[in-house]
Design a protein around this ligand. Structure first.
Ligand code: NAI
Length: 564
């Protein structure tokens, strides 16, 4: 059974094929087949003589494209090559990506996309997505109406304010929504024509960009305060009017506004923030996988979190909710967390905590007997020496913070210590997987934030999982497209994490990573999408349909890059 969306797609495709001919058809990135047009199609669409005589398969085209890709020397050159291919022939672009997902994902997305954002105004070739520039704020409806595809499933929008680790990139931030949406398509199977990358061009405080004569954005200091929020209000009102069914994913907004925007619109619009919710969900998924491997129920785990910033508190929040789902009261669950930041362990007598941190503040009586470090506070080492920690998560930006004595002390008290140094980039990781396995005699269950090479440990090779949001957001997109949810609830992201945890290869193979290999992600995305869709129904934000229909809808919603 095809969904209405699928049927529309097929119809629109036939419409296009019948209305586009000759060079115009060859130039259309979604409908061209290049040398794969058959004799019959060449005759029918006025292509005879416009193409070389050999008729090729998609596989042959992909082999040629891969050869060309390999001639590009730098990662940025490879990125430019792939983006050009995307703008020329989308089916071929996605086929190539699928065939070489491990090699190419870091090129189309992190880390190379960061350079592409920095260089955006210099490597700009062809338009893609929408530029909603502040000076045009009274014409947002018109801008949205000018979009490429008519029916949109997923919008990824950024204001370019906090791009990966490289800060404010102004209009160049559009590279991130473009890269991210290609992963929605590659893994989630969202049809390319139903995705929409948007940059809100609100100026930039990046002096280098402002001084660059080639800079393509609005040359103005970054908008702030009420004017900024009014602009976002205007944009959201236009999205609701123009694209009422689309999911809007907030991307790389500055920390100062990200939570505010999520909270302001989450009950008003189908939306989520991947930096906040996706990060917490993938980390929880990996933790749940590790918890299953450890054999000790989640509700009996003791968590030490090093870092109480946006990322740390986000992960703690989801982990705490999962413990509540597993039967603890909220109070009992929170008591299982010892969260440490620059001021030491969070406790209720501290006056420097924000509301989110305060929710995880320990009872001062409970830590009264803990030793203090030289600075007079209860730091990470003191917490580890005082509690039977079973899970240690690092989101602190402090490279090497998980020292040998800390790790050995933790491992002395638990058979399978779960240790996740999640800070990025690699230099900021709280420990390396090789050290963690050495200091724990191979017993540690490890996942990282940055990629690490496999570790050889006593004759076995252990592959290290990287907590990459790509495990979650494409699956959320697929679920929304299939189940027609009207909101993204935290329950849905928790369901995604649990479904991801169930797919942990480490459950059946002690040398395997905690998270599945990238090549399996399309299949894992279907598994997650089913769990998310079920939860959407439970949460009352999606219409009820049978499990059988849901499975079928997910399968047909996942677009495959092949010529029809
Ligand atoms: P943040 O700057 O908001 O938070 C850092 C936290 O670490 C603060 O609570 C701070 O007090 C604490 N901290 C810093 N130095 C410390 C010290 N010497 N002793 C004790 N505590 C200290 O940063 P945010 O946004 O929470 O990110 C933290 C890290 O997590 C970053 O490296 C980021 O790249 C990484 N991250 C990783 C993700 C992943 O999926 N792997 C996703 C999101 C963030």
């Amino acid at each position: 059974m095809l969904t209405a969306a699928q049927q529309q797609l097929i119809e629109s495709k036939h419409h296009t094929l019948h209305h586009r001919r000759g060079q115009a058809l060859l130039d259309h990135p979604l409908y061209t087949k290049g040398t794969a047009f058959t004799e019959d199609e060449r005759a029918r669409y006025g292509l005879t003589g416009l193409l070389p005589p050999q008729i090729e398969t998609l596989e042959q085209q992909a082999a040629r494209a891969y050869g060309a890709f390999r001639t590009r020397a730098s990662d940025l050159d490879k990125h430019i090559f792939l983006r050009a291919l995307q703008d020329t022939n989308e089916v071929l672009f996605y086929r190539l990506l699928l065939d070489h997902v491990e090699e190419m994902m870091p090129i189309v997305y992190t880390p190379t996309v960061a350079q592409a954002c920095e260089q955006f105004s210099h490597i700009y070739r062809r338009p893609r997505g929408l530029f909603v520039s502040y000076p045009l704020r009274d014409r947002i409806h018109e801008i949205l109406a000018n979009r490429h595809g008519r029916d949109i499933d997923v919008i990824v929008v950024t204001d370019g304010g906090r791009i990966l680790g490289i800060g404010d990139q102004g209009v160049g931030g559009l590279g991130i929504p473009i890269g991210k949406l290609s992963l929605y398509t590659l893994i989630g199977g969202i049809h390319p024509n139903r995705t929409l990358p948007i940059v809100l061009d609100v100026g930039t405080n990046n002096v280098e960009r402002l001084r660059d004569p080639l800079y393509l954005g609005w040359r103005h200091e970054r908008l702030s305060g009420q004017a900024y929020f009014d602009f976002i209000d205007q944009f959201i009102a236009a999205v609701k009017a123009e694209l009422p069914g689309a999911c809007l994913q907030w991307e790389d907004f500055p920390n100062t506004v990200a939570h505010t925007l999520l909270d302001r619109y989450r009950d008003d619009l189908l939306s989520f923030n991947d930096d906040i919710q996706g990060t917490a969900s993938v980390a929880l998924g990996a933790i749940l996988g590790a918890v299953s491997v450890s054999g000790k129920p989640l509700r009996d785990q003791t968590v030490v979190m090093f870092g109480a910033g946006a990322a740390g508190i986000g992960v703690a929040d989801y982990l705490c909710r999962a413990m509540v789902q597993d039967g603890l009261s909220e109070r009992e669950a929170r008591a299982r967390f010892f969260i440490v930041n620059r001021g030491g362990v969070l406790h209720a007598d501290r006056t420097d905590l924000n509301a989110e941190q305060r929710a995880f503040a320990q009872d001062p009586a409970r830590i009264a007997s803990f030793p203090r470090c030289d600075a007079g506070v209860v730091g990470l080492q003191e917490v580890i020496s005082s509690v039977p920690a079973t899970i240690l998560i690092g989101l602190s930006t402090v490279g090497g913070a998980f020292t040998e004595p800390i790790v050995r002390e933790m491992a002395r008290k638990t058979p399978r210590p779960i240790i996740f140094p999640l800070s990025n980039p690699t230099s900021k990781a709280e420990a390396t997987p090789a050290d963690l396995l050495r200091w724990t005699q191979g017993r540690a269950l490890v996942a990282t934030g940055s990629p690490f090479a496999p570790v050889v440990d006593g004759g076995r090779t252990v592959v290290i999982a990287q907590c990459n949001n790509v495990y979650i957001f494409p699956a959320i997109g697929l679920a929304l497209a299939a189940c027609k949810a009207t909101r993204v609830t935290d329950g849905m992201l928790l369901a995604a994490a649990r479904a991801l945890g169930e797919k942990s290869p480490a459950l059946s193979d002690r040398n395997a990573p905690l998270l599945p290999p990238l090549r399996d992600l399309r299949q894992v995305a279907r598994h997650i999408a089913l769990a998310v869709s079920r939860q959407a129904q439970v949460d009352g934000v999606a219409p009820p349909i049978t499990e059988h229909d849901l499975v079928e809808r997910i399968a047909v919603s996942q677009w495959d890059p092949c010529y029809e």
